[in-house]
Design a protein around this ligand. Structure first.
Ligand code: DGJ
Length: 545
């Protein structure tokens, strides 16, 4: 009998490739290959869950909803009807450790089990030392023992209901509780990976003053700026975020001295000092959790803006303007996330992708504007996920634009994840303020504008467009049209529409619907997405002279 050498060699090769691929994914997480993790490919970071890339189409509950299993019962179905794939939900320190060292994880288990029954993932928010700058979530045994668990003090000498970052007992207690929680999540969910990410604390930073003025804080503020921070700043001087570079430039880039000597006097210097202290604390809490179960973890920010000064918003939180202070000593926080209610959505996304930061938006408006803006976050800034806030009130799925936007994004997710890495995707909102969005893609220049027909024009358009092979594109959304031009400026070619087909993806398979021509592509003038509906469409183009 002839021995099938070829077959054996082919089998060995396939096995080797599989092992190589699998070990690339496994990275440092040996023993738990499907664990949620962030993987960077060609400068694009994506969230992988069970070894597959995943976009979080989430929704965040109101703060107190998940404190009661009974209250949650109708919400699970509601969330599914809205086409969410992930629930972003609080877990409070006070409920998990009601007595010092005595833990109750029944709520955690119930939330994870219900999420599984409803085919949802979870992002847990660890509401512990701080929530919106304040300390209302530590257990009562921490709150009462204020001599041990010290508070921040502000300008008028008034002690605040804000735990001080400079009290070791605060950090130890919080980190121990978070470590215990993560150990429990690993034991309960380490194989199924229902929980995909953790938010550590919520919108940290001091309120009512630009810095903590407790004795410990004053002593640290009047001491030398830590070497670790200065070494980082020197090493990254050319790439620092502009706010920090300008602040440091005031002293001629001094590399030793107190905080005021290095960064100049005033609230902005105080903010950097607080950023250093909050980042150290939050990082240590996250590290205690990652030691037990290393899934992605992030810190979220209450944004600055307008005339607000540090202390009007939480001073020291992970804002884009202090990103380099946080980056200087974080090891366990994977990304900084904006709570993005601001109108300048696109600009804020851009700021939060500075310095290689991966975008995730844990909170934003649940309005129709929000349901449009998410296309910018995912299609333009490669966000790993988005999540409108306070979704309990979105009771009627048919009336929420999120239901439709998430349906489109869910169907297109496999393609989006592929095209993000190939840099062949654009997400946008077009309106009176931004009537045209242009980009180069697939060898063409695309001009995306408000849809119009027979003199009538859409007031707003939004969506996502991707390359789908040579001379082919695919997109989803509403109220916009795409025209194509040659990339080369001196080209004489004109670009015509070869054909447009609407359709849906069922189990990742394309199911074509109507062939769109005539009015539906403005007699061949443009690839249209009519403003009275949401659709997914494929378009092919051709050149003529
Ligand atoms: C931001 C906080 O992070 C949320 O918990 C909630 O308080 C919202 N603000 C309310 O708008």
């Amino acid at each position: 009998m002839k021995y099938p050498f070829r077959k054996i060699i082919t089998a060995l090769l396939i096995t080797a490739i599989f092992i190589l691929f699998d070990s690339r994914l496994a990275l440092s997480q040996t023993g738990n290959p499907g664990i949620p993790r962030l993987i960077k490919q060609d400068s694009v970071v994506q969230l992988f869950v069970n070894n597959k890339p995943f976009i979080i189409l989430g929704g965040e509950l109101n703060n107190s909803s998940s404190s009661s299993i009974a209250y949650m019962q109708p919400i699970w179905k509601q969330v599914k009807n809205l086409n969410f794939n992930t629930l972003v939900t609080p877990l409070s320190w006070e409920q998990i450790e009601p007595q010092e060292g005595v833990f109750d994880f029944s709520l955690v288990d119930s939330l994870i089990s219900s999420a599984r029954q409803n085919n949802l993932h979870l992002v847990f928010l660890w509401l512990a030392s701080w929530k919106n700058g304040m300390s209302s979530y530590p257990p009562i045994w921490v709150k009462r023992d204020y001599k041990k668990y010290k508070r921040a003090v502000i300008q008028n000498g008034q002690t605040q209901e804000i735990l001080s970052t400079l009290c070791a007992a605060n950090l130890q207690a919080d980190a121990a509780a978070f470590g215990a929680l993560m150990k429990h999540i690993r034991e309960f969910d380490g194989e199924q990976h229902t929980v995909v990410m953790m938010q550590v604390e919520n919108e940290v930073g001091i309120l009512g003053d630009s810095r903590d003025r407790s004795d410990a804080a004053n002593a640290a503020f009047n001491s030398a700026v830590p070497k670790e921070l200065l070494t980082y700043l020197v090493k990254n001087k050319e790439n620092l975020v502009p706010e920090i570079k300008n602040q440091w430039a005031q002293s001629g880039f001094k590399t030793n001295g107190t905080w005021e000597e290095v960064f100049g006097k005033g609230p902005d210097c105080d903010k950097l000092f607080m950023a250093w202290n909050y980042s150290g604390y939050v990082n240590a809490v996250a590290a205690a959790g990652k030691k037990e179960y290393p899934i992605p973890m992030y810190a979220n920010a209450w944004l600055d803006g307008g005339n607000a000064k540090p202390g009007d918003y939480p001073s020291g939180g992970p804002l884009a303007s202090v990103m380099d202070i946080w980056k200087a000593h974080i090891t366990a926080i994977d990304l900084f996330a904006p709570d993005l209610y601001a109108a300048d959505y696109d600009e804020r996304c851009q700021k939060f992708t500075q310095r290689g930061n991966t975008l995730f938006i844990p909170e934003m408006n649940s309005s129709d504007d929000g349901a449009r803006n998410i296309f910018i976050a995912i299609g333009k800034y490669n966000a790993i996920g988005v999540s409108p806030f306070g979704i309990d009130h979105l009771k009627d799925a048919d009336k929420s634009l999120f239901t439709k936007s998430y349906d489109i994004l869910q169907q297109l997710s496999p393609l989006i994840l592929d095209k993000q890495i190939k840099k062949q995707v654009i997400g946008f909102v077009v309106d009176e303020k931004t009537p045209i969005v242009s980009c180069e893609m697939n060898g063409y220049r695309l001009e995306i504008s408000l849809d119009e027909l027979f003199g009538q024009r859409a007031s707003i358009g939004y969506g996502i467009v991707m390359a789908d092979g040579p001379d082919k594109f695919i997109g989803g959304g509403s109220g916009f049209r795409v025209r194509f031009f040659p990339s080369a400026k001196n080209s004489k070619s004109m670009i015509g529409i070869g054909g447009v087909t609407e359709g849906i993806f069922k189990n990742d398979e394309w199911v074509p619907g109507r062939r769109l021509n005539g009015d539906e592509d403005d007699q061949g003038r443009a690839w249209r997405f009519a403003w009275w509906q949401e659709s997914i469409e494929k378009c092919s183009i051709y050149k003529y002279e």
